[in-house]
Each structure stands twice: as structure tokens, then as C-alpha cells.
Design a protein around this ligand. Structure first.
Ligand code: AMP
Ligand code: MG
Length: 328
């Protein structure tokens, strides 16, 4: 069985084709990069509208799958930017109608968990989901994925992006800060904002920009920001593990590509005698393969929607989505 999945929640338009053993047969992605500043939802959506048809063709070609071999069409229903979500959902509806195949809605955050879970072989890991718009610690419990901790203001990736733009760079900030931080030597004290299992980043953003205005070297700022922000994420992940009596962690989201964050979480988890797994970069960032794989799980459990019931849900919460494939 083959499912085609469409991801378009934010800046990435992506189409993945996955079989019933979670093998990624084909993946084609393109990220919208604003010429300056952050993402404008409508401009990102226009990018997705322009590129998605070609990405569908590319993914099918790479997978060597013919259109009549696709058994279901999955799409990211939420959460995300409304115009971007609608672009992907529209393409998914068209394919579902044209090919006469079921249309399967998927929650984007749950998809990050599911692809990491199947790739890791871990049965019931905790997920640290660190991306542009989302920062959550997620664990399964009683019928759905529960958000144990999350950001109280902006996602960690958005924080890194905003900061880097404030330091004179361009989007995306995370990878650029990672490179810059390698030359940093001095650790500046920045607001460390952990509240139980939640975190906040806006205080660190203000404080770092203030240090920048005073002429503090940029590599030191990058090093200090990475150290502080990733320690916060590691701390809430550890607290969640302790509360849930778990010992394995998987990572997801673009920020989870960061080697420093991976190293800190790995050291914490292994120190507790557990296992840490991070998917390869192409499946850590937003991608259509995770939507296709979660579409598989949902479809097998009997989930599908008609076009009239396929509206996108920009504010859909991880913990409001049922996951019948995990029942029992
Ligand atoms: P996503 O929203 O999951 O597609 O991830 C995009 C976010 O990941 C952006 O905010 C990027 O700045 C961030 N990002 C990507 N690569 C890295 C990296 N190596 N280190 C830190 N952040 C990163
Ligand atoms: Mg994501």
C-alpha cells in the first residue's frame, strides 16, 4: 500500500510517498525563503501553490510510482498558517477526487512523532519537537498525544530566526547561528526561562539584542544563546521523562537538526540510561513523508474525510487529535 502525503503548514511545501513499511519511496520539497524579514503567510502560500504540482510529479517520479498505484492521499490539516495549509489541502482534495482515493487528514505535530517513532523502532518515546512555530514536549497517554510542556511565547526556531535577523542576518537563523556559535568562546548570562515544563524565549531575545547593541561579539552571543536555549529544552525534556517514568526520547522539527541540541539531549538521556534518536535531517524538518506515513496509520485505522469535511485547522492542538491506531 502506498500513500502520498502533502505538507504545507509553514514555509516548506513537500510531497512524500511512503509504503506500508514506512519506506520513503519518494520525497520532493522546497522551502520558501523570504527576501528579507520573516515569513509572510500569503507569499509562502503563493510559493506552495506554484510549486506543489511540480513536487507531486517529482515525488512520483522518484518513487517510480504511477498515479493509479497511490492508495490514499494524506495532507497536513493543522496546525499552521491558514493560507499555506489551504494551498496543500486544495492540492490534496484535487488528487483525491481525480484519482478517486480516500482523503486522510493528519496533524502535523503527531506526524513528527510518528515518523520518529517508526524510524527509531522505539515503542513509546517522548518527543522533543523543536521547530519554527512549535516547541513542545509530547508523550502518548490514554488515547492521544499529550503536550507535557511547551513554549509560552514564541517557538524556539522563530526565536532564533528573529534574533539572527536582529543581528543583521537573513532567514533562516538557526543554521547560521549554529555556524557562528562555533567561533564563540565567552558565555554571557542570559534569561533562563523555565516554568515547570514550559519555556519562554522573548526575554532572551530582548537581552541578546541589548548585548549586541553594546558591541558584544556576535559569535559569543550565538554561543551563549545556543547554550542557554538548548539547556532549557534539555531541562524540560528531562523533567517530562522523570514525571512519565520513561527513558527514551526522539527529536523532531528543524531546530532538532542542531548538533549542539542533539548532543545535550543525548547526554541527558544516556545519563539516565535511556535512548535518544534523531531522524535524518530530511525527515526532521517539515516533510511530506511524515504526513504520508501518519496517513498510513490513520487510514489503516479507518480515518478519512469527504471534501466538505476537510477544512484546514490552523490552531489544531496536538492533544485534541485522536489517534485510533495507538488504541489498545
Ligand atoms: P521547521 O519549522 O520544523 O521546518 O524548522 C524550521 C526552523 O528550524 C527554522 O526556525 C530554522 O531556523 C530552524 N533550524 C534549521 N536548522 C537549524 C539548526 N541547524 N540549528 C538550529 N535551528 C535550525
Ligand atoms: Mg514542523
Amino acid at each position: 500500500m502506498v500513500v502520498l502525503g502533502i505538507e504545507s503548514t509553514a514555509h516548506t511545501a513537500s510531497v512524500g510517498i511512503v509504503d506500508e513499511r514506512a519506506e520513503v519511496l519518494g520525497l520532493a520539497s522546497d522551502m520558501y525563503r523570504p527576501p528579507r524579514g520573516g515569513i509572510h503567510p500569503r507569499e509562502a502560500a503563493n510559493h506552495h501553490v506554484d510549486l506543489l504540482p511540480g513536487l507531486v510529479e517529482q515525488a512520483l517520479e522518484r518513487a517510480r510510482v504511477r498515479t493509479n498505484e497511490v492508495d490514499a492521499v494524506a495532507f497536513a490539516q493543522g496546525p499552521g498558517l491558514g493560507p499555506c495549509l489551504r494551498a496543500g489541502a486544495t492540492v490534496a482534495r484535487v488528487l483525491s477526487l481525480a484519482w478517486n482515493r480516500p482523503l486522510v487528514p493528519v496533524n502535523h505535530c503527531v506526524a513528527h512523532v510518528e515518523i520518529a517513532r517508526v524510524l527509531s523502532g522505539l515503542d513509546d518515546p517522548l518527543l522533543l519537537y523543536a521547530s519554527g512555530g512549535n516547541t513542545q514536549v509530547i508523550a502518548y497517554g490514554r488515547g492521544r498525544y499529550r503536550v507535557l510542556g511547551e513554549t509560552l511565547d514564541i517557538g524556539v526556531g522563530n526565536f532564533l530566526d528573529k534574533l539572527w535577523i536582529g543581528l543583521g542576518g537573513t532567514f533562516p537563523g538557526g543554521p547560521a547561528l549554529e555556524a557562528e556559535a562555533k567561533a564563540g568562546t565567552e558565555l554571557y548570562s542570559l534569561p533562563y526561562s523555565v516554568h515547570g515544563m514550559d519555556v519562554a524565549f522573548s526575554g532572551m531575545l530582548t537581552a541578546t539584542l541589548a548585548l549586541h547593541a553594546k558591541g558584544t561579539p556576535r559569535p559569543d552571543l550565538a554561543y551563549s544563546v545556543e547554550t542557554t536555549a538548548y539547556a532549557m529544552l534539555t531541562e524540560i525534556t528531562e523533567r517530562a521523562l522523570a514525571h512519565r517514568g520513561r527513558n527514551s526520547v526522539v527529536l523532531g522539527g528543524g531546530v532538532a537538526c542542531n548538533e549542539r541540541l542533539r548532543g545535550m539531549v543525548r547526554a541527558m538521556v544516556e545519563g539516565r540510561g535511556g535512548t535518544m534518536f534523531a531522524p535524518p535531517r530530511s525527515l526532521c524538518v517539515d516533510n511530506g513523508a511524515m504526513i504520508a506515513w501518519t496517513g498510513h496509520l490513520a487510514h489503516r485505522a479507518g480515518v478519512s474525510v469527504g471534501v466538505p469535511d476537510s477544512a484546514v485547522l490552523p490552531r489544531q492542538r496536538t492533544d485534541l487529535v485522536t489517534t485510533p491506531w495507538r488504541a489498545g
